[in-house]
Design a protein around this ligand. Structure first.
Ligand SMILES: Nc1ncnc2c1ncn2[C@@H]1O[C@H](COP(=O)(O)OP(=O)(O)OP(=O)(O)O)[C@@H](O)[C@H]1O
Ligand SMILES: [Mg+2]
Length: 476
């Protein structure tokens, strides 16, 4: 800023003398003359930029005196540096900055912070005493501002946290690192607890010294409750999954022995007591044998399910066209009997457990053939589609995000889509045994296989039109 000639100070655009505009100025002086600056009247010097009440209180003169004294203290005068009293000149430089807008902005910020309701926003002194309080803080913590300002912010902490020194540790961390973030239980005025997400920021002065802290607290109780419920549910699911696996293990191993004996006694009855049994007795023995056989199939399927659950995936490259042609040659007689058409489109080579890939496709193709419409020869299509699940700009050269959909579709009886996820449950069947045989374990095994490969399986159906199963496996 230019040093104006005495009595002709530069007028900053916003600096007005009148107080009616509420204009506030921050005035700094640099004196190149003695405070009394002989020959300059206070009014001429700077009085016209001051409000009348400031003039009445002699503020401009006082300011000049302070400026001159500071100048001397700073020792900018070379004469003073030599230990002689300075011969002071007559020029005073006054720098005026219009900070009206800044004040307005500060005020607007304060008002808007005060009215925020979703966040508790409050200031702390250096020692953690509450210095300000907004509407959100009152809502979340329950204190009115006059009840809490001046109190230590440790009152928001639980007794255990206070005993562990948590409030001080938080302030220390914020002082050291600039910011401290925490989640934990906090105490409301009525003693009730809420789950809080807390951010403490340090406030420093121009020299870097800690002036205090700002504290922003959010009540996350609802979110925490939901997260806890989900965690609880996931744990229960995992537990029931494990229990089911355990059950499958026990059932498949321990039921085999008694079943074998039932079948053996049935055989003996038939062989040694055939004549005594009569027609009715023979029918009963026959039924018993059929049921025992069915139970054996059930146990075998359970055993398969249990093996899929507990077997480590032996991952290697799997040539899907080869797997499918192996399955089709095994099912050849049945395919001919049904006059079925199985179309196999181009299939890739993938990295997976070959035994399980075979089980998966066998179950899906088997179902597609089995659940055909009466008198309508089945048409089954096996296809695959590889795709990148990432957004185009995130795609990289590696396989992450790439998946392979293996699709088995048919023109059979289909099903209502509301059953699309249910049919993957253990023993879940939509049709009676008289119509279609099976144990209801095939799709549960499929799902287990796909999930063990980090993938998903979905089903779509339309009654009387057909079904489509899509196993999505991540590419490795
Ligand atoms: N392609 C399909 N079309 C129509 N319904 C199907 C099809 N695949 C499965 N379902 C329905 O889903 C049920 C469950 O299938 P899943 O393969 O688990 O059992 P299943 O074939 O009956 O017996 P299992 O496979 O154990 O011999 C079936 O009983 C059937 O109702
Ligand atoms: Mg099946």
């Amino acid at each position: 800023m230019l040093t104006p000639p005495p009595g002709q100070e530069a007028r900053s655009p916003g600096a007005r003398r009148s107080g009616t505009h509420g204009c506030k100025s921050e005035v700094t002086f640099e004196a190149s003359g003695r405070a009394e600056h002989r020959g300059l009247s206070e009014r001429r010097c700077d009085g016209r930029f001051c409000r009348q009440d400031d003039l009445d209180q002699g503020k401009p003169r006082g300011a000049l005196r302070i400026a001159a004294a500071r100048w001397e203290i700073r020792g900018r005068n070379p004469a003073h540096a030599r230990g002689r009293p300075a011969r002071l000149g007559r020029i005073v430089m006054k720098v005026t900055r219009d900070i009206t807008e800044r004040r307005r902005a500060d005020e607007a910020l304060r008002v808007s912070v005060d009215s925020v309701k979703d966040y508790a926003i409050f200031m702390l002194d250096r020692d953690g005493t509450v210095a300000s309080w907004n509407a959100g803080a009152a809502r979340i913590k329950g204190y009115r501002s006059d009840e809490i300002i001046g109190k230590p912010f440790s009152v928001f902490y639980t007794q255990d946290d206070i005993a562990a020194g948590k409030p001080d540790l938080g302030l220390e961390a914020a002082s050291r690192d600039g910011r401290f973030e925490d989640e934990g239980w906090r105490v409301r005025q009525d003693g009730s607890l809420f789950w809080a997400s807390v951010v403490i920021d340090v406030l420093r002065d121009a020299t870097g010294k800690t002036r205090g802290f700002s504290n922003v607290t959010r009540d996350m109780s609802e979110k925490k409750r939901t997260a806890d419920e989900i965690k609880d549910l996931a744990e229960r699911l995992l537990r029931s999954d494990r229990e089911l696996e355990q059950f499958a293990y026990v059932a498949s191993h321990d039921l085999q022995e008694p079943l074998r004996k039932i079948q053996a006694f049935g055989d003996q009855l038939r062989l040694e007591y055939e004549n005594q049994l009569g027609a009715e007795g023979q029918y009963y023995v026959e039924r018993m044998d059929q049921l025992a056989k069915r139970m054996r199939v059930l146990i075998d399927d359970l055993l398969t399910f249990e093996r899929v659950s507990n077997r480590d995936n032996k991952v290697t490259t799997v040539d899907l066209p080869e797997v499918v042609s192996g399955i089709l040659s095994e099912l050849d007689a049945w395919i001919k009997e049904l006059r079925a058409i199985v179309k196999v489109e181009a299939l890739p080579t993938i990295v997976a457990d070959p035994v399980q890939m075979r089980q998966l496709l066998q179950n899906l193709i088997g179902n597609a053939l089995k659940f055909h419409r009466p008198d309508v020869p089945p048409v089954v299509t096996v296809s695959a589609r590889c795709r990148d699940t990432r957004a185009p700009r995130r795609r990289r050269g590696d396989a992450t995000g790439k998946v392979c959909d293996i699709i088995v579709a048919d023109n059979g009886i289909g099903f209502e889509n509301k059953y699309a996820s249910k049919i993957f449950n253990l023993f879940q069947r939509l049709h009676g045994l008289e119509e279609y045989e099976g144990t209801g374990l095939g799709l549960a095994i499929c799902r287990k296989i796909v999930e063990r490969h980090g993938g998903t399986i979905t089903a779509e159906g339309k009654p009387g039109e057909g079904a489509k199963f899509t196993a999505t496996l991540p590419c490795r």
